[in-house]
Design a protein around this ligand. Structure first.
Ligand code: C2E
Ligand code: MG
Ligand code: MG
Ligand code: MG
Length: 279
């Protein structure tokens, strides 16, 4: 009967929700020990200049979690958890230390100015003394501020506009550059571009993938690059996977690119070899 069916469906969804909740709890309980147990590792994905041939001019630090119990867990799954329980402060700090320590060697290896790009969560950014903390770390690892790029998302700007504005200005004043990540996926991006000062805009992967099949993606990508340049922002295209996509964005004047065409995120050791092979 209908009644029975409904009952079955309720319990079906009930079970699924319970399962999802259990998975989340399991992930979270393991994540709490992940740092202490050395399960987190920072990988580096090459950032390419499209101007000077195709040269590595930097790297984006991307966190990996190798869990003996759960296998490799992607940051799209564990970063949101760490953000919701506050652990992102400690984890984000770990990434800053690791990446800046590596950058202190890498910026000496390259002829072109080297950039290390580090993702910063809203909670981290809103910490008291965040700017001073960044200054301390740059001093500690002797990395020139010009070699550091912080990647933020619109989420940072949503909560406390006044504070965000002040911190962004202070960071840029010491020479650190700021890029707006995942551009095109959030809300009211255009008004943010006007209100805050950034250095770089990262076009989200969803625009860049399927450029070859999708006329609308091509139009949007073209428009974003033109608009960014009008606003004197540099542009990075994320998720470049093939030669068509590269030649399209290069022809449109895009400054930098990142994607599997050039390299997936790799360990510090492997990235170091890539950099040495190039220079
Ligand atoms: P994101 O900052 O937008 O990083 C770019 C993501 O695109 C990375 O995924 C990278 O591996 C992936 N990617 C790059 N090129 C290609 C491509 O050609 N094809 C495809 N299919 N993917 C490509 P990943 O490493 O899984 O990171 C996902 C997200 O997790 C990041 O997106 C970032 O939002 C977050 N995340 C990663 N590491 C950190 C971290 O240390 N701190 C914070 N707060 N967030 C992080
Ligand atoms: Mg990023
Ligand atoms: Mg992105
Ligand atoms: Mg992303």
């Amino acid at each position: 009967s209908i009644c029975k069916k409904e009952g079955a469906m309720v319990s079906f969804f009930g079970t699924e929700t319970q399962k999802a909740a259990n998975e989340r709890l399991l992930l979270e309980s393991h994540l709490l020990d992940a740092l202490r147990l050395n399960e987190l590792e920072v990988y580096y994905q090459p950032l390419m200049s499209l101007r000077q041939g195709s040269k590595i001019i930097g790297a984006e630090a991307l966190l990996r979690w190798h869990s003996p119990e759960l296998g490799n867990v992607g940051p799209d799954r564990f970063i949101p958890l760490a953000e919701s329980n506050g652990q992102i402060i400690e984890i984000g700090n770990f990434v800053l230390h690791q990446a800046l320590e590596k950058a202190s060697h890498w910026f000496k290896l390259t002829e072109l100015p080297f950039k290390i790009a580090i993702n910063i969560s809203p909670l981290q950014f809103r910490e008291r003394h965040f700017v001073e903390h960044i200054e301390d770390l740059l001093r500690l690892y002797q990395v020139p501020p010009q070699s550091l790029e912080l990647e933020i998302t619109e989420g940072i700007l949503l909560q406390d506009e006044h504070h965000a504005k002040g911190s962004l200005a202070a960071l840029r004043a010491i020479g650190v550059s700021i890029s707006l990540d995942d551009f095109g996926t959030g809300y009211s991006s255009l008004s943010y571009l006007q209100k805050y000062s950034f250095d770089t805009l990262k076009i989200d992967r969803s625009f860049v993938s399927h450029l070859e099949f999708n006329e609308q993606n091509r139009e949007l990508t073209r428009a974003i690059i033109a608009m960014a340049h009008k606003l004197k922002l540099a542009v990075i295209a994320e998720g470049v996977e093939n030669a068509f996509q590269e030649s399209f964005i290069r022809d449109e004047g895009c400054d930098y690119a990142q994607g599997f065409l050039y390299g997936k995120p790799v360990t510090a050791e492997v990235f170091h070899q890539l950099l040495r092979a190039q220079e």
